[in-house]
Ligand binder design. Structure first.
Ligand code: NAP
Length: 323
């Protein structure tokens, strides 16, 4: 029997590519450049499985190219807002993702950004590298401490709760959260977390606001100019979720005017493009979408896709079916 044809849209860790190559007829992206829309359509029309990631935009016109041939999209990542899931449902294409394996590392990056922006670590590093540092003094680069402050989480799933645990147990932070459904009382108790029934209430009460909801139409510009204005002028915004959740222009304006104290960003509205004004500001930390970027996690993500494909192509239910 012919082996299923599987295409990876980007380079994956060597050991995962090797594992897949032993089981499938594998098409790799050796150059590791993003595929064009036409190349994605061609891939969808000629493979049984395509394994995309966040840098691929799979709109309906691309999904429809897979009709009749493509059976499964094994996404490398937990977020699937770059895939038109409705079009996949209509075309009978199964979609899977990679939850759990990236939770701790992404929460670590949220904490990294909180520390970097509050303790002015990015700014301080630039200062030293510019050979501008003249020595220790009591009033030099005073930042804000995390301990005892209030962290407001928007989205309280796997990564939101992991961030809450690190912030509460590691830094003694008070935890507030907003999500559409309230978490179980035992989860709230373990994390010292209090539910906020509205985003507005959470924004006004938090010293740090960290985003952990999915991207997509429903959460697009969840933080717009009006809501950013509800944050304390001493508060920091952290985004490791998806860029589109924040109106990036409005955020740049809030950071420039000082209506909020700072921001730590791992994700952007139009990646890899970043709103020009952000480059000029000292009170924002800019990371290149590093949430899951540890060796351990990237291998685990690849192996999780492989597990989903193995189950699917042996006639069983994939573990992480999204639709
Ligand atoms: P998850 O377990 O599904 O958690 C998502 C949370 O968001 C849930 O609490 C959900 O609760 C809430 N939510 C959904 N829609 C919402 C809305 N409209 N308003 C407010 N809250 C909403 O997902 P996860 O594994 O924690 O991942 C969260 C997101 O992180 C992913 O979707 C992905 O985009 C992003 N991520 C980024 C990186 C990175 O590299 N920076 C890495 C991994 C993941 P309710 O349904 O009750 O509202």
């Amino acid at each position: 029997m012919n082996r299923p044809k599987v295409l990876l849209t980007r380079r994956w860790p060597d050991e995962v590519e090797q594992y897949l190559a032993e089981r499938y007829e594998l098409t790799r992206n050796v150059e590791d450049r993003p595929l064009t829309a036409d190349e994605l359509r061609e891939a969808m029309a000629t493979h049984d499985a395509v394994c995309p990631t966040v840098s691929d935009r799979l709109d309906a016109s691309i999904v429809d190219a897979g009709r009749g041939r493509l059976r499964i999209l094994g996404n490398f990542g937990v977020g699937v807002s770059h895939i038109d899931l409705e079009a996949c449902r209509r075309a009978g294409i199964v979609v899977t993702n990679t939850p759990d394996v990236l939770t701790e590392c992404t929460a670590d990056i949220a904490i990294t950004l909180m520390l970097m922006v509050a303790r002015r670590a990015g700014e301080g590093e630039r200062h030293v590298r510019a050979r501008a540092w003249t020595g220790w003094r009591p009033t030099h680069m005073m930042g804000t401490r995390l301990s005892g402050k209030t962290l407001g989480l928007i989205g309280f799933g796997r990564i939101g709760q992991a961030t809450a645990r690190k912030a509460h147990l590691g830094f003694g932070m008070q935890i507030l959260y907003y999500s559409r459904r309230r978490a179980a009382p035992e989860i709230e108790a373990a994390l010292g977390a209090r539910f906020c029934p509205t985003v507005e209430e959470l924004l006004g009460a938090s010293d740090f606001v960290s985003l952990h909801c999915p991207g997509g139409a429903e959460t697009r510009h969840l933080l717009d100019a009006k809501r950013l204005a509800l944050m304390k002028p001493t508060a920091f915004l952290i985004n490791t979720a998806r860029g589109e959740v924040v109106d990036e222009q409005a955020l740049a304006a809030a950071l420039r005017s000082g209506s909020i104290a700072g921001a730590g960003l791992d994700v952007y509205e139009h990646e890899p493009r970043i709103t020009e004004a952000l480059f000029e500001l000292e009170n924002v930390v800019l990371l290149p979408h590093l949430g899951s970027a540890t060796r351990e996690t990237r291998v685990a993500m690849g192996m999780r896709v492989a597990e989903n494909l193995d189950l699917f192509f042996s006639g069983r239910a994939p573990r992480d079916r999204v639709c």
